[in-house]
Design a protein around this ligand. Structure first.
Ligand code: PLP
Length: 226
């Protein structure tokens, strides 16, 4: 399938059930993103600041850029003027830095807390307890230029559907709990970003409302840069 055909069919599949489709375009050239854009895609995800900034300069300005990779505090300033959502918030320090640069740019930046759900040592993210601690803290309450829109999680890279399902189920349950405990009055806590090419159907079954798809749309990536 071409990029345009993949976008059209995935937009139909996810649109019917109100699941947002994030096109993960890391390592792919701007021309590939343009093809997806021309097929109607507006949400794009990148995992490095440098790649995102380069593409943002070349591509239409109504694209909504989501950062999904680990973000270093000293790089926030490069994306603060235009970023739509930072899905990979995993420390209080980073959140404070995002807030600072959002304020400088006179805007509010939407964020997701990245929650650690995988049975792997290499994945970034907050533990359940750490996320609760962050949301309870006075430091967090003081931040006026960020808005926590929900949670993001990456499941274990495994062939076991059962394990993936269990991890997504846990994250959905946690999401519901956090919503009730901390965001009862805020409709804007509404995004549960879970599911990649290999497991997005399982993620949707478990309650995801945003899937992050790369290879399904753009074809496989060179192994090293995954
Ligand atoms: C690369 C990446 C994706 C997309 O991966 P695919 O398997 O190509 O769909 C989704 N989420 C994150 C955080 C990623 O880094």
């Amino acid at each position: 399938m071409s990029i345009a055909e993949s976008i059209k069919s995935l937009k139909k599949e996810t649109g019917e059930i109100n699941v947002a489709l994030l096109a993960v375009s890391k390592t792919k050239p701007a021309a590939d993103l343009q093809e997806a854009y021309d097929a109607g895609q507006r949400l794009f995800g990148e995992n490095t600041v440098q790649e995102m900034v380069e593409k943002q300069e070349q591509l239409p300005k109504d694209i909504e850029w989501h950062l999904i990779g680990h973000l270093q505090s000293n790089k926030v300033k490069y994306i603060a003027p235009f970023i739509s959502m930072i899905q990979s918030v995993d420390t209080m320090k980073l959140l404070q830095e995002i807030n600072k640069h959002a304020e400088k740019n006179k805007r509010v930046i939407d964020c997701l807390l990245q929650i650690y759900i995988a049975d792997e040592e290499t994945k970034f993210g907050l533990g359940f307890d750490e996320a609760i601690e962050l949301l309870r803290s006075e430091e967090y309450t003081a931040l006026k230029n960020i808005r926590i829109r929900g949670l993001m999680g990456i499941a274990t890279n495994t062939d076991s559907d059962k394990q993936i399902k269990d991890e997504y189920y846990e994250l959905k349950t946690f999401f519901d709990g956090i919503k009730v405990s901390f965001f009862r009055k805020e409709d804007s806590f509404d995004t549960l970003s879970m599911g990649m090419s290999s497991d997005y159907k399982l993620a949707i079954e478990q309650g995801s409302n945003m899937v992050r798809l790369g290879s399904t749309i753009f074809g496989s990536r060179a192994k090293k840069s995954v």
